[in-house]
Ligand binder design. Structure first.
Ligand SMILES: C[S@@+](CC[C@H](N)C(=O)[O-])C[C@H]1O[C@@H](n2cnc3c(N)ncnc32)[C@H](O)[C@@H]1O
Length: 298
């Protein structure tokens, strides 16, 4: 399957709501790479090309992708009688100890589909499911199969971004979505991303970016503008999105405050995302990836 589907995951910092804006920046390409894949909402929202590579340093995340790509039926089978309840969420989070990669993938998938904002750092992973706004367990199997089809022949790795960027084929297109520069991203992800990592990213892009085209998304800060003053374009962009909440999330005020930092204007449960888009190429108006969205699940 080549066409657009939704990301199988809810993911902190995911670009689901910015898909339309981002796809407008993607030129024609034959080789597509995401060094910081996370929920890979842009890969899933666009058509697949000849070569596709998703990478993330998070071992558990890559393990689920591998299961979905290679053994979807096994994962569907272990999840088939699941119900989405706070008790099952607590069981998977606090009691269940996975003994093998399949059990790890099952636990991860269950917690992700029932978590608040897709925060998969266990210290901040809270029950966040609602029948009206979440994908129901009876649809998980179908979602896993559809995702598996899209992941066929996709290269999946668990490497540090620098190794990926150094290895990409000439003339590839890279969508680069690192953790934010200014928010405390250790609350969301399992691997910390220090200031040194941000500088390392800028250096590797500066030194090898003449071999490929990239779009990099970041929180807007003077340091980032300075760090990328060598780039071709820096555009400030904004979009709307909604956060759904259950009672438990009152406990997670700190984390919510961090999410709101990313979403600076609050209007009821609707927020505004604000980021900068940085490219090493100038935009032309023709030949860009068109959006064919599927709004069935978020
Ligand atoms: C902002 S999220 C990506 C979100 C994604 N674009 C989406 O739509 O869901 C950043 C990702 O970078 C990953 N990451 C953190 N440090 C990394 C590193 N050194 N190398 C590769 N990936 C890393 C995190 O695990 C996280 O999944």
């Amino acid at each position: 399957m080549n066409q657009a589907v939704n990301s199988p995951f809810r993911y902190a910092g995911g670009k689901f709501y910015a898909r339309k804006l981002i796809l407008e920046y993607i030129p024609q390409h034959f080789s597509y790479v995401e060094p910081f894949a996370g929920g890979a909402s842009i890969f899933f929202a666009k058509d697949k090309v000849q070569k596709n590579w998703l990478n993330d340093i998070d071992e558990d995340l890559v393990n689920v992708y591998l299961f979905i790509r290679d053994y979807p039926e096994k994962l569907i089978d272990t999840l088939k009688n699941e119900v989405a309840t706070k008790e099952r969420h607590n069981f998977y989070k606090n009691v269940f100890i996975p003994n093998n990669p399949l059990e790890k993938a099952t636990r991860w998938y269950y917690l992700n589909r029932t978590s608040y904002s897709g925060i998969m750092n266990m210290r901040n992973c809270y029950w966040g499911y609602g029948d009206k706004y979440s994908m129901r367990p009876e649809n998980w199997g179908r979602n896993i199969l559809r995702t598996s089809q899209k992941l066929q022949n996709v290269r999946l790795t668990q490497l540090d971004f620098e190794e990926v960027i150094k290895q990409v084929e000439d003339n590839s297109f890279l969508f680069i979505d690192p953790p934010y520069f200014n928010a405390d991203q250790d609350k969301f992800y399992n691997h910390s991303f220090s200031k040194e990592c941000h500088y390392r990213l800028s250096n590797v892009l500066k030194n090898s970016g003449n071999r490929f085209q990239f779009l990099l998304t970041y929180d807007n800060s003077p340091e980032i503008q300075e760090l990328y003053s060598w780039a071709k374009l820096i555009h400030e962009k904004e979009w709307n999105y909604t956060i759904n909440r259950t009672d438990d999330q009152k406990k997670t005020k700190d984390v919510q405050d961090d999410i709101k930092k990313e979403a600076t204007v609050k209007k009821g449960s609707r927020y505004k995302g604000r980021e900068i888009f940085i490219t090493n190429f100038a935009l032309v108006t023709e030949g860009y990836t068109q959006l064919s969205l599927n709004y069935e699940y978020i």
